[in-house]
Design a protein around this ligand. Structure first.
Ligand code: ATP
Ligand code: MG
Length: 177
């Protein structure tokens, strides 16, 4: 069976490797002439190494941080700001998906945004139906919603066997960022 429609791919679970798996997939795709866009929800403040390396592959591989860092506190003001940021980010993500300019779009950490209650899962399911047929969509983040998992074609759950963080080793340049 040949693939006519793009795939919906999910990287979830509590082990490390979700975002980096999505980028590895993108790297393979770019080599085959596919145009890739990675949109990062949540992230936006750190200097991730991938911002630099993906720049070298422009315009075939583009990356755009949309977030404002992690949602830490539960103060009303921060919640409001986080919600506004997600609304804005989602609007942009939708536009990019519907633009039909890409063969693959990665929505990094979107699962987290959904599980946190900042984005209704129905909106995402609706976009699955509306997306250009050829487009591969990759969603990352812990706690993928059950209905997203049901709808997806390929779902991989990263399972934490060990993480150096539990030994007190802090985030490492080139590994975590
Ligand atoms: P990566 O970006 O390295 O592929 P990830 O996307 O799977 O990781 P996230 O849930 O996005 O992980 O978390 C971001 C950061 O938290 C990562 O840099 C990662 O090293 C760290 N992290 C991921 N899983 C764990 C874990 N089980 N324990 C502690 N830290 C973790
Ligand atoms: Mg991640």
């Amino acid at each position: 069976m040949d693939l006519k429609n793009g795939l919906i791919i999910i990287f979830t679970g509590n082990g490390k490797g979700k975002t980096t798996a999505a980028m590895g997939q993108a790297l393979r795709a770019v080599g085959q002439g596919l145009k890739v866009l990675m949109l990062q929800f949540i992230k936006g403040t750190w200097d991730y190494g991938e911002l630099e390396s993906i720049k070298r592959l422009e315009p075939d591989f583009k990356i755009q941080p949309l977030g404002k860092g992690f949602i830490r506190s539960n103060s009303k003001l921060d919640e409001k700001e986080a919600q506004e940021n997600v609304n804005q980010s989602w609007k942009q993500a939708r536009n990019e998906v519907l633009s039909d300019k890409y063969d693959m779009i990665i929505l990094d950490e979107i699962n987290y945004v959904i599980s946190y209650g900042l984005l209704p899962v129905e909106e995402v399911l609706e976009l699955f139906e509306e997306k250009p047929e050829r487009l591969h969509l990759i969603l990352t983040g812990r706690d993928a919603h059950k209905s997203i998992v049901e709808k997806a074609d390929l779902v991989t759950e990263m399972n934490e066997v060990k993480h150096q963080y539990s030994k007190g080793i802090k985030a490492q340049k080139g590994i975590e960022f």
